[in-house]
Design a protein around this ligand. Structure first.
Ligand SMILES: Cc1cc(-c2n[nH]c(CCNC(=O)c3cc(-c4ccc(F)cc4)cc(O)c3O)n2)ccn1
Ligand SMILES: [Mg+2]
Length: 214
C-alpha cells in the first residue's frame, strides 16, 4: 500500500531530525514541505509569528485546534515553561497517529496531550476531562468553518478569561470571514492582524491575534 503524505513527513523527520531536538524536527518538516511536497503546516514564516506570541505570553495552558502532523504543536511546546500543558485536538486518526510520533521524536510528549475527535464535541468536556479552568492561549488551525462556532462555544463553556489570547491561522487563505468579522467587531475582543503568506507559497495569508476582554 502507498504511503500517505503525513507518513512521508514522518519519514523525513526520522531520517533528518535529531531525537529530542525540536528545532531539528521543525527544520526537517519545513525542508520537506518546501522542496518535496507542500503540506498544511503553519510553516516557518507564520511559525515565527506564532513563536513570538507564545514567547511573549509564556502561557501555562494552551489549546491547539487542528494538530495535523504536529508541526505547530512542536513549535509551541518547545517554548512552554516547565509545568505548562498543551492540549491539541485532531479529527483525523491517521494525522493523529503521525503527530504522536513527530511529537515523541521531538521529545515533547510529556508536555502535550493529543486528543482525537471533533472540536465541537471536546470543547464542552475540557474542564471535566482534563481539569482545565481557562486557556491562556488558543491556537485555531482546524476546519475554517469551525473557528467562529468554537470560539462562541469556548466563551459559553467559560474556557476564556480576561486576557486569554486567540491566535488564528489562515484568516485570509483558505479564509475565515465570519470569524474575522466577529473578533474585529465584537466589543469583547481586541484584534490585531499579522500579515504573512500561506505556508511555503507567495499567496497572502496571515494570523489574527485577539485578546478576550472578559
Ligand atoms: C472539527 C475539527 C477539525 C480538526 C482538524 N484537525 N486537523 C485539521 C486541519 C485543518 N487545517 C486546514 O484545513 C488547512 C488548510 C490549508 C489549505 C489547504 C488547501 C489550500 F489550497 C490552501 C490552504 C492551510 C492550512 O494552514 C490549514 O490549516 N482540522 C480538529 C478538531 N476538530
Ligand atoms: Mg493552518
Amino acid at each position: 500500500t502507498w504511503s500517505t503524505r503525513p507518513q512521508r513527513i514522518l519519514r523525513a523527520v526520522q531520517q533528518s531530525a535529531t531525537r529530542g531536538d525540536p528545532r531539528s524536527v521543525v527544520r526537517a518538516i519545513d525542508q520537506f514541505c518546501r522542496h518535496k511536497e507542500w503540506a498544511m503546516n503553519v510553516g516557518d514564516e507564520k511559525g515565527c509569528i506564532l513563536d513570538s506570541v507564545v514567547s511573549e505570553l509564556n502561557p501555562s495552558t494552551v489549546l491547539e485546534l487542528g494538530t495535523y502532523c504536529g508541526y505547530s504543536t512542536v513549535r509551541i511546546a518547545s517554548l512552554l515553561p516547565p509545568h505548562a500543558k498543551l492540549i491539541t485536538l485532531e479529527f483525523n486518526p491517521d494525522f493523529a497517529a503521525v503527530a504522536r510520533q513527530v511529537i515523541a521524536w521531538a521529545g515533547l510528549q510529556g508536555k502535550v496531550q493529543l486528543v482525537e475527535g471533533a472540536s465541537g464535541d471536546w470543547i464542552p468536556k475540557m474542564k471535566e476531562q482534563f481539569g482545565v479552568k481557562t486557556f491562556d492561549l488558543v491556537f485555531l488551525d482546524h476546519w475554517k468553518d469551525r473557528y467562529l462556532p468554537d470560539t462562541k462555544l469556548m466563551e459559553e463553556c467559560g474556557l476564556l478569561r480576561k486576557g486569554s489570547i486567540l491566535l488564528a491561522d489562515n484568516v485570509i487563505c483558505p479564509g475565515t470571514p465570519d470569524y474575522l468579522e466577529y473578533v474585529r467587531n465584537s466589543p469583547r475582543y481586541k484584534s490585531q492582524y499579522f500579515k504573512s503568506h500561506l505556508e511555503y507559497t507567495k499567496a497572502e495569508d496571515g494570523l489574527e491575534k485577539s485578546v478576550f476582554l472578559g
